[in-house]
Design a protein around this ligand. Structure first.
Ligand code: NAD
Length: 265
């Protein structure tokens, strides 16, 4: 399958170039960056620290979607909205790793998924996908006598908080309790907050250094604490998962899928 990478000069974009080049059955269709980027015209291989691939960074995503069987998008919410429209116009599968999407952005993905396969996951690692499944199960078994708190830490450049993965873990916990996360979340605390309401799902965000992504879900009961944790030490785990998701889309019916669907969890 020919795979295109939008935002190919970003931290994840460069990892994705390497992951495509190293995956059997995956071929690089090309890559784009935003207009005005200093990387336009650079060779994709060189960007990823490899030999030249005779493919240069472009700024015409429509041309890339035309050429690709699937496009992988780890960019920004505004760019992802635009790419979802191009995926539909070109009948190209779309793999979305961008985080910080609003409910309206997510509605654009849902619309696109009526016409093409869309895999949207806040975290493409196998370990975190498993942690989500375990979190849902633990929340269902433990019930709301156990207070759920989700702690995450990321590098100093991250722009959204809590992380998409933390929110995904929160959504999994809420699903286990059969409630909507938005009805029970506390995304941050400061000042005189009062006692913790029963059933709340809390988040705590840490930022600093070069941390790729640490997440812990804490179930705090009376007399015991149960924790599900994951630490990523290389972005390559996300890139490999996204390429796996792209290949999984070959011949797949249109629909909005998650990494749990790709892994059968
Ligand atoms: P980054 O800033 O290094 O890279 C983003 C790239 O997208 C930049 O090169 C930027 O120029 C480019 N871009 C922005 N708008 C564009 C457009 N219209 N067309 C083409 N390119 C465009 O950021 P990053 O660390 O690579 O992360 C990117 C996103 O992926 C963030 O939302 C991050 O939270 C998310 N992320 C998700 C996962 C996951 O597994 N789902 C893992 C890591 C990061």
């Amino acid at each position: 399958m020919k795979i295109g990478i939008v935002g190919c000069a970003g931290r994840m974009g460069r990892m994705l170039i390497n992951a495509v080049l190293d995956t059997e059955g995956a071929f690089l269709a090309g890559g784009t960056e935003q207009p005005g980027s200093a990387f336009l015209g650079a060779d994709l291989g060189g960007l990823a620290g490899r030999i030249d691939q005779d493919l240069t960074v472009g700024d015409d995503p429509n041309a890339l979607f035309t050429l690709s069987g699937a496009v992988i998008d780890f960019t920004s919410p505004a760019a992802t909205r635009h790419h979802a429209v191009l995926a539909v116009a070109n009948r190209t599968a779309l793999i979305v790793g961008t985080t910080g999407l609003s409910h309206m952005d997510e509605a654009v993905l849902t619309d696109a998924a009526g016409s093409v396969p869309v895999v949207y996951a806040p975290n493409f690692s196998v370990g975190v996908t498993l942690a989500m499944a375990l979190t849902e199960r633990a929340a269902a078994v433990l019930g709301d006598d156990y207070d759920i708190e989700i702690v995450e830490m990321h590098h100093r450049h991250k722009v959204d908080a809590p992380s998409g993965t933390a929110l995904g873990l929160g959504r999994a916990a809420a699903a286990g309790r059969e409630v909507a996360l938005d009805d029970v979340w506390c995304r941050a605390r400061d000042g005189h907050t009062g006692a913790r309401p029963k059933g709340q799902i809390g988040f705590a965000t840490l930022r600093g250094g070069d941390v790729v992504g640490d997440h812990t879900v804490i179930f705090a009961g009376d007399g015991e604490r149960f924790e599900i944790g994951h630490k990523a030490s290389s972005r390559m785990v996300f890139a490999k998962g996204a390429v796996r998701a792209a290949l999984w889309c070959e011949g797949r019916a249109p629909g909005l899928y998650t990494m749990r669907d790709v892994l059968g969890l």
